[in-house]
Design a protein around this ligand. Sequence first.
Ligand code: DLL
Length: 444
Amino acid sequence: MTLHATEPAAATDAVLDREETISRDELEALQLSRLQHTVAYAYDRVPLYKRKFDEAGVHPTDLRELADLGKFPFTTKEDLRLEYPFGMFAVPQHEVARIHASSGTTGRATVVGYTKKDLADWAKLVARSLRASGVRPGMKVHNAYGYGLFTGGMGAHAGAEALGCTVIPISGGQTERQITLIQDFKPDAILATPTYLLTIADAMMKQGIDPASTSLKYAVLGAEPWTEEMRHELETTMNLKACDIYGLSEVMGPGVAGEAVETQDGSHIWEDHFRPEIIDAFDPTKVLGDGEHGELVFTSLTKEALPIIRYRTKDLTRLLPGTARPAHRRMGRITGRSDDMIILRGVNLFPSQIEEIALRIPELSPHFQLELTRPEGQRMDQLTVKIERRESVSVEGVASAAKVLQQQIKIHVGSSCTVNVVEPGSLERSNGKLRRIYDLRPKA
Ligand code: DLL
């Protein structure tokens, strides 16, 4: 039986939220009043904030203009860990409608909570992001973000429902089944991490299905860094429009920022709900100007269960003027997280730099991983880039490609490395957030 949906509206006639179209002045006035409320609310209700503000000698009444935010102390992941599980909550437990948590692979899990109103705001912002990226009411949306404590699955789900879509809640993994459902249900849009969409495309090709032949027209991708080169790769192999969606659990989940399909020039931060800042990651007392590269910091403006003041994301990027939504600033692509940075013989390196370079070499595939080793008896660390050749290229054809990659990394990043071109299908595939770095150096 075929499901006859009403035809989704064309991508141009979207009805926007009022806050998407207001002026910058109006937006900043809204930010100031919401910010003043949030810092007072956090100070009154969360002991950690009271303690930190008092220690820093600031009081909520010191926030008279937006720039005063810089006087307030930062919040870090460590704070959330120390307050595990519910110490950061600003409402009694019976008002908490939902809890999410990070996986806790690198320490104690960080726990976040939402009131009913928080969930409604979150859904509205995800809906806003999806709509900006081309998704429309009435479309079928295949949601391949993982469901569970991770905010991706349920966050994207609620947003797609709020927009008025038909949601297919497949979650991550079971790639064969994903492919069957894409073929049978004929979704218009897919929500996934960029590397998982790559896994799906790759598995389709193995089954003899042309990934460009599916019903998918839009992909809304996030939860991990990706590059313009990866966008090009996915858009051409899958014949769709791919846009970015950004977010993090501590600040809300997906939908803190979303990219417009008509400009594809970086995600607009929904500044009616979050006030962003960029700081110098090495000297956090320095708040940087728009356009300057540094660490992204967020303050929530409307959250009830878990107000978050100046949260240090560790994500490195810059703020750019709004375009498709002029009042809301955009964020540049995230080059990486400060804690994902490889320091190799004094040179800083991110996996996204390798992705950018490798994808410009036609013989090489987007499937790669980085291995860090310290050979016995040596003091120097060694970087090995393991990368699969494209299926269409012969083993002989890749020798020169390996050399080009090695040279380009030396020129653009400044690091010497070894490049190992491996067989197609031999490296681990993504199921969600892909691990790119394998640190095999002996632990100190
Ligand atoms: O990954 C939320 C999310 C789900 C965003 C689905 C988009 C789509 P966390 O697990 O808390 O939350 O991880 C947050 O992931 O600090 C970034 O380092 C990274 N990240 C998220 N979105 C992007 C993106 C979700 N679009 C951490 N580009 C963040 C680059 C991203 N990195």
